[in-house]
Design a protein around this ligand. Sequence first.
Ligand code: PA5
Length: 436
Amino acid sequence: TYLTFNVENAKQFISKNDILSVQDNTNAAHEKLHEKTGAGNDYLGWLDLPNTYDKSEYQKIEQCAKEIQRNSDILLVIGIGGSYLGARAAIELLTHSFQNELTNKKRSVPKVIFVGHHMSATYINDLIEMLDGQDVSINVISKSGTTTESAIAFRIFKKYMEKKYGKDEVRKRIYVTTDQERGALKTIANKEKYQTFVIPDDVGGRYSVLTSVGLLPIAVSGISIDEMMDGAKKASEELSNRNLEENPCYQYAAVRNILYERGKLIELLVSYEPSFHYFQEWWKQLFGESEGKNGKGIFPAAASFSTDLHSLGQYIQDGERHLFQTIIHVEEPKSDISIEYDESNEDGLNYLVGKTVNEVNDKAFEGALLAHTEGGVPSFVIQLPKLDAFTFGYLVYFFEKACAISGYLLGVNPFDQPGVEDYKRNMFRLLGKPTF
Ligand code: PA5
């Protein structure tokens, strides 16, 4: 398979036989998913999406992305949760590490700035100040069309845009991604005649990055959404093999559940490339919202190495033994630097001459893997050949499918999120919202 899942380093905690012994269970989960007979089967649109996605919607995304690239310095993306994290994950992972700091000359595409993913007035005021003198477009994304955080941000920035451009011009600069028919956002879009993109009914927020939800902002960033969909398609082909021994996605789902039953309650998704930060955030939502219910579920956490080896490292090595880690390892990072000879050698680093920074990073990876294994932390490695749009599409599909299978193995509905309503009910009551 394009990506590999290596269980070798965890063999003292979980044997190959342990894994293969759950083949019947993964078969059952596979059938529930593919025959659409499991809990939450109204939300399986993501499963065949790489093959069945709406090509005309997709062309519209590419056209609008070009238009935004042509007329805007900044694209404001308004959304939260599943309507936010996927696009941010892709953009942070696949564009320049300092994308928004590059001068316009070096960056040929608009900056993408996110808002509406919290309710910080300070952030919003600072953003408005920063927008001064720049041409702006907005992509507001909300499946329900009623989410408070994004609705407040949209109300503020809609007014900002109308003041800046006037209603007619704004129509060419606001793009609404929402339900086909329902919700306040759809009503506003119809009334104001904004361009709209449809979020398919059968794709839940956290599984929606490969729909218009993620694809418009991603395309505006200059990332090839064709290659991304090709990667997802490849994954959908390779990862539908029900043979556990040959399917890394099902192996990952299986080992998570076996270890959970053995008291490993927390999973750390680890990367050695800081650009994975928002991918880790996306993954945390995917697994946390899918599995954390009915008093069950692994707590999804993340760490960025080697940075966090200097903070969380102590706990991982030596603290409570309720952890396991899944490490994403990239064989060929985007670039490298050779370590040069220095005459004085005052820093004592001449022993590294001839090596590159990536090689040193890799030794940190090998060293930490060994140490954490000895310290009692089962560690799995997801090996990626490189970091590009194809790989992102593949990885998204890998985790989405693993999450669905893992949720079915755990015995929960991986596609609902009843628990996220509780804080909203309290907040609305405290704010005096009518009917609360
Ligand atoms: O996964 C989910 O369902 C949530 O995280 C939602 O994506 C989030 O609450 C945003 O919802 P909406 O797209 O309706 O604004």
